[in-house]
Design a protein around this ligand. Structure first.
Ligand code: FAD
Length: 385
């Protein structure tokens, strides 16, 4: 039987995350977004409450929770403020290659730093390529006891505050994924240049910048795993983080729905609340169904990861559906608020701007469809033959 009930511990985690979102995130989200404030104190508080570093093993200072636990918490963070959820999510994104393929020393040192409050960032995308990860041009050349890294990365979440970067670079001459390798680069190393903060449409509290690496010499021990392991590391990080991005997107959508639902009961037109106009009530009903679907997909992908299974297809389903659904639901929420929905004085507009990025980062909705079609094709071709 499929079990839909959460455990008592999971209910408590959800309640804790919800309270934190109600008290710290929702009251501040508008100011952080308007002024582009990176909320360091709130990050520290979330960490001390036990809401961050969920899937970092306890041996390295993390909470050692399951992916399902992480999804439950992340939905609440996304509801509180999607910008905040992104900030904390990108640090985990950079940790996954280490958790998967790092040495004991690397895990103790770099995951340990994150658990003590440092931020890490995931440097894969470049100015010339994002979706087409195999085409990256950043190089890492072995020179005695060091690798020398050269190249530029673009749109790196948390870059301005990061203590260390996960950097995907090319170690071989061929253009395939076999020549991609992952490295730890500390942000204070000579030749690391962090660019200006990007002016974004939404989630402006999250810090996004370009990072250039100019003849950066790193100890050769900073390679994660072996040369050629980078592609798998990067893809595993996506598989593990997409259910969480889905949780953020559905949390943000749920926040928009809750706000619209309240407003629909307060606002009157033609002598009754707008909720009593069936087209508004049905819009809310559809929002609610879509959010339920996104949650189930996110939980399914997380549960598959918890079972130690490959979850590429399930993670892509969850991310694609939740991202597109989040855009629809937040757009409908703006509609329910009418003219006030278009005003930055109400949260609906900010939630809609914040929803858009889920269709772009962590692999666009088109790329998720590409993954879903390829993965499903394998399955269906096999079932026919
Ligand atoms: C705010 C923000 C934060 C980000 N954070 C990070 C981060 O922390 N680390 C990191 O490494 N990257 C990060 N990114 C980068 C993000 O992952 C990329 O922007 C994304 O993968 C898309 O790549 P691109 O921008 O190069 O678009 P492109 O790959 O150039 O795509 C452009 C358009 O073409 C479509 N397209 C491309 N190829 C195909 C195809 N084969 N089939 C169908 N359609 C296709 C895309 O879906 C898209 O609509 C971030 C981006 C943003 C905006």
């Amino acid at each position: 039987m499929v079990e839909f009930d959460l455990s008592e511990d999971q209910e408590m985690m959800r309640e804790l995350a919800r309270e934190f979102a109600n008290e710290e995130l929702i009251p501040n989200a508008e100011k952080w977004d308007r002024e582009g404030i990176f909320p360091e104190e709130a990050i520290d508080e979330a960490r001390s409450l036990g809401l961050l570093n969920c899937t970092i093993p306890a041996d390295y200072g993390g909470l050692g929770l399951s992916f399902l636990d992480e999804a439950i918490i992340n939905e609440e963070l996304g509801r509180g403020d999607p910008g905040f959820a992104t900030i904390t999510g990108v640090t985990m994104l950079a940790c996954h290659p280490l958790i998967y393929g790092g040495s004991e020393e690397q895990k103790k040192e770099y995951l340990g730093r994150v658990c003590q409050g440092k931020i890490s960032a995931y440097c894969v995308t470049e100015p010339g390529c994002g979706s087409d990860v195999k085409s990256i041009e950043t190089t890492a050349v072995l020179d005695g006891e060091h690798y020398i890294i050269n190249g530029s990365k673009m749109w790196i979440g948390g870059a301005g505050y990061a203590d260390w970067f996960y950097v995907l670079a090319r170690t071989g001459k061929d253009k395939g994924h076999d020549s991609l390798s992952g490295f730890i680069v500390e942000s204070n190393m000579e030749g690391v240049e962090v660019g200006k903060k990007e002016e974004k449409m939404g989630q402006r509290s999250s810090d996004t910048r370009g990072v250039a690496f100019r003849n950066v010499r790193i100890p050769k021990e900073n390679i994660i795993g072996r040369e050629g392991d980078g592609w798998l590391q990067a893809m595993i990080s996506f598989d593990r983080s997409r259910p969480m991005l889905a949780a953020h997107a559905l949390g943000n959508a749920r926040g928009a729905m809750e706000e619209a639902w309240r407003y629909a009961n307060e606002r009157e037109s033609f002598g009754k609340s707008i909720f009593e106009h069936q087209s508004i009530a049905f819009m809310l009903a559809d929002m609610s169904t879509k959010i339920e679907c996104a949650r189930l997909l996110s939980y399914k992908a997380a549960s598959k990861l918890d079972a130690g299974e490959r979850a590429t297809l399930e993670s892509a389903h969850a991310k694609r559906f939740a991202a597109d659904m989040g855009m629809e639901v937040t757009t409908d929420a703006v509609q329910i608020f009418g003219g006030y929905g278009y005003s930055e004085e109400f949260p609906a507009a900010r939630r809609m701007r914040g929803a858009k990025i889920y269709q772009i980062f962590g692999g666009t909705s088109q790329i998720q469809r590409l993954i879903i079609s390829r993965e499903s094709n394998k399955e269906y071709v096999q079932s026919v033959n």
